[in-house]
Design a protein around this ligand. Sequence first.
Ligand SMILES: Cc1cc2nc3c(=O)[nH]c(=O)nc-3n(C[C@H](O)[C@H](O)[C@H](O)COP(=O)(O)OP(=O)(O)OC[C@H]3O[C@@H](n4cnc5c(N)ncnc54)[C@H](O)[C@@H]3O)c2cc1C
Length: 601
Amino acid sequence: MATKPSEPAAQTLNRGGAFLTAACTPDDVFTPADLTDDQRLIGRTAEEFVAKEVVPNIPELEQHKEGLMAEMLKKAGELGLLGGAIPEEYGGAALDKVSATILAEKLAGYASFAVSHGGHAGIGTIPIVYFGTEEQKTLFLPKIATGEKLACYCLSEPQAGSDALAARTRAVLSPDGKSWILNGQKMWITNGGFADVFTVFAKVDGEKFSCFIVEKGTPGFSVGAEEKKMGIKGSSTVPIFFENAAIPKENLLHEVGRGHIVAFNTLNVGRFSLGAYCLGGAKHVLAAASKYAKERTAFGKSISEFGLIKAKLGEMAIRIYAVESMIYRSAGMVSAAVAEPKSGADKTQQAMQVLEEYAIESSISKVAGSETADYCVDEAVQIFGGYGYHEDYPVARAYRDSRINRIFEGTNEINRMLIIQMLMKRAMAGVLPLIPAAMKLADEVLSGPSFEESPSGAFAEEERSLAQAKKIFLLAAGSAVQKYREQLSDRQEIVAALANIAMDVYAMESSLRRAQKSSAVRGENAGALSDAARVFVYDAMDRVEKEARAALAATVDGDTLLTQLAVLRRFAKHSPLDTISMRRRIADAVLAQDRYPFEGR
Ligand SMILES: Cc1cc2nc3c(=O)[nH]c(=O)nc-3n(C[C@H](O)[C@H](O)[C@H](O)COP(=O)(O)OP(=O)(O)OC[C@H]3O[C@@H](n4cnc5c(N)ncnc54)[C@H](O)[C@@H]3O)c2cc1C
């Protein structure tokens, strides 16, 4: 990262959500080309582990062979693939965010394994790392790092999923004050069938939301039968039950009444990684679709020669490129902020604060990652035709497995709401200069079209589109906030439209800066990677305009609406681009390698 955090401009740039207002250069943005040899090695180790140890066992894992997934996780532990989030003094690898991201991405060769890994090494581990006492950390983390003890995270209940704080599970202190007595039920617990350590959320005295560590074998604690799921069938998902289950008093995690802090900070980490697992999964189906398209013939030629098949392969690669650009950019920002020396600050606490800072980017990673993966599995099934619908071929499973990602770790609806809620909160607190930026834009609109200096160079049109898309966000968000104020959260469709614009802005900028950085180094301006950035920015601009139009029409009316729409049209204008030819060129790059063509670039 070339930014110097001590400079005021850089400080703004390094704030979560700052992409909507601050300008950045290609050098400010971390890209996969910046991965160190060590980070690439972590990725290769993870990929080889899944290919050699996990993939041969898929048929039995899908049949839920007793103990097999736990065995896979323990093997991963032997290789050091479970302790990424754990500090070294507790036996972990203390991976930086970029390393953790490539690790998650490359474990995605089998979705059920990726989900089990995330349930253990992510959301199952993080609560103890961030909030555990010294004794709790010493007792649990070394064994969690090796896989000797497997972990899980127990927040959801039958009546409380998105609305997690409506949990009914209760905890009361025993009359002798030595234990907590838990009663209630949790649902959908990933790894619950074989886990040893359960992070459980319950309300003390039915009121104060709190968090506890429960160990397997606790009397009164039991695990229900495996749920019959649509996909990720190799993973364990069970309900768990507490009937006067007594756990030691010292197993309270963090403080009574502060369980929500544990829950939400943990999900924040989980969401980020979920995007990375989805990215890895999407790359796998693209590779499978490319190979199949070349082998399959119809009408006397390989189906890969048909324009409509190329369009699919090209679009899959473009969307993967955009999501990869965002996720690694965010990971780079987190890594840089955590690495920044802070006198007296505990490294773990600093990491948690940094992740909180980038909670908007974490939600974007989750939503964009899961929707890109779903798009890719759907198109992969289409490329396989009837065989895509057959369980003997790999994409049918990928299709079923992918669907959960839009649901867990906060549904995509909830995450869209969160993106805007967090942006607004930061704007109101003056952390993000969204209000001055919106006021400046209002002045600009009033004074009519300006004759600002136009961007020049190879990506001039994309540069202009990006700047205009940021203005469109301010235009639509400014109008909506002015009209609805505190009631904006009740206008969910408008909020979602704003979130979609914000996500596209982040994707446009991340894709463009990566292409510019790559072009500067490799001089590959005409290459497929640049094409991917150009097509993405072009299409995103159309989406941004459409979302803003809908949001404005639901916000203002009459002459005000007509004026706003005229401004929107002016901002959204972009020169035509032959995206069909460019998408074909990208598809050819996929077909030449039978995989995602911009790996590590
Ligand atoms: C396979 C699997 C594994 C899981 N693993 C775990 C785990 O390890 N630990 C754990 O604690 N949980 C886990 N979950 C639970 C998961 O996190 C929840 O299913 C999820 O949070 C959604 O909650 P819900 O199912 O109750 O749906 P609901 O909350 O009832 O949502 C139903 C629909 O309503 C929408 N909705 C809800 N509230 C709003 C709102 N305010 N505004 C707009 N729309 C809204 C949702 O987006 C969704 O579309 C898992 C679930 C599954 C299926």
